[in-house]
Ligand binder design. Structure first.
Ligand SMILES: [Zn+2]
Length: 102
């Protein structure tokens, strides 16, 4: 599934609720899901539930799409603009900005 298709699916499924809830309360839900992801990831590595992490990442993507739909933003175009296939800072793929990170 492409980003554009996913955004349309979220619009078809949830736009009627998202538009009633509004931008700010929808943004709170995105924050809630990020908090749930962080709660899982702050556990000791052996205790992190990969299925739970995957579900939270899916929720974060879904709420991001809802926000984009509310603001009539194309996630597809936004992603391509910020991530055109090379690093915007150094122009390389893979990025060479932080070669000295250990
Ligand atoms: Zn770079």
């Amino acid at each position: 599934m492409e980003i554009k298709e996913f955004q349309k699916l979220m619009k078809d499924l949830y736009f009627h609720f998202d538009s009633q809830r509004g931008l700010h309360r929808t943004a709170l839900w995105l924050g809630e899901e990020i908090g749930e992801l962080m709660a899982e990831l702050k556990k000791a590595p052996k205790l992190i539930n990969k299925v739970a992490v995957a579900e939270e990442l899916a929720d974060i993507l879904a709420w991001s799409a809802s926000l984009a739909n509310l603001m009539d933003i194309s996630l597809d175009q936004a992603v391509l603009k910020k991530y055109p296939g090379y690093c915007l800072k150094c122009g390389k793929n893979p990025c060479q900005c932080h070669k000295n990170l250990s």
